[in-house]
Design a protein around this ligand. Structure first.
Ligand code: COA
Length: 190
């Protein structure tokens, strides 16, 4: 899918309309071992609650939620940009919940989502981006490939879904308006 992922920004109502595929992606990632806030077994209602809260955050303008479709129009990935920070950090945004279905991985979906979410941040005049991810995970390579700077690791910061302690690695990326524009085309879902 490299270069062909169709990335869209969702409104709050669209997040609600896409809640089933978003729930499926979250459950698939957690069942695949991703340390993304949830433990096994992950009940469907917990995943629904998560995306309903995300829709509320989108409605409040506190975060931007993007999805990626495959060539058949199936939702295969998602990522969020958290934009709401205290008044002394108006230029900061956090990238959060980068999730790609296991059966759609290694085709460039996450790379497309990351390029798109960085473009959203740039357009919102966010110049300091921050994220954290599980130490040693596939995601670390994704962020390093995209030019993110590894800040450091906190050992035993959380647990994998099956209860093993895992570290958290923090990354940052500085954006400037003069950064070369990405080629990702963002469209509205409607
Ligand atoms: C981390 C994650 C988002 C990556 O998603 P992805 O869509 O597979 O990512 P990409 O396809 O852009 O890149 C993954 C790999 O495929 C490779 N790749 C990309 N396009 C490719 C193609 N067309 N052909 C072959 N390989 C390709 C990349 O080079 C990369 O290789 P590497 O892992 O050896 O470095 C996904 O594994 C995931 O959802 N994990 C669980 C949730 C998680 O941990 N999220 C991070 C939270 S911060």
């Amino acid at each position: 899918m490299s270069g062909a992922a169709r990335v869209k920004i969702l409104s709050a109502d669209e997040v609600k309309a896409y809640i089933e595929p978003l729930v499926d992606i979250l459950i698939d990632c957690v069942e695949g071992g991703a340390a993304v806030s949830f433990m096994l077994p992950i009940a469907r209602h917990k995943a629904i609650d998560f995306w309903e809260r995300a829709a509320q955050n989108v409605a409040c303008g506190e975060r931007v939620l993007l999805i990626a479709d495959d060539l058949d129009g199936r939702v295969v990935g998602t990522v969020q940009l958290v934009t709401s920070f205290p008044e002394n950090q108006p230029h900061r945004a956090d990238v959060s919940k980068m999730l790609v279905r296991r059966d759609a991985r290694r085709q460039g979906v996450a790379a497309s989502l990351l390029a798109a979410v960085e473009e959203v941040a740039r357009e919102a005049a966010k110049s300091v981006l921050v994220l954290d991810t599980e130490t040693g995970s596939d995601a670390e390579r994704l962020y390093e490939r995209a030019g993110w700077q590894r800040v450091g690791e906190i050992p035993n910061c959380g647990f994998t879904p099956d209860g093993r302690p895992c570290g958290t690695t923090f990354f940052h990326k500085l954006l400037s308006p003069s950064d070369v524009a990405t080629t990702t085309r963002l469209t509205s879902a409607s």
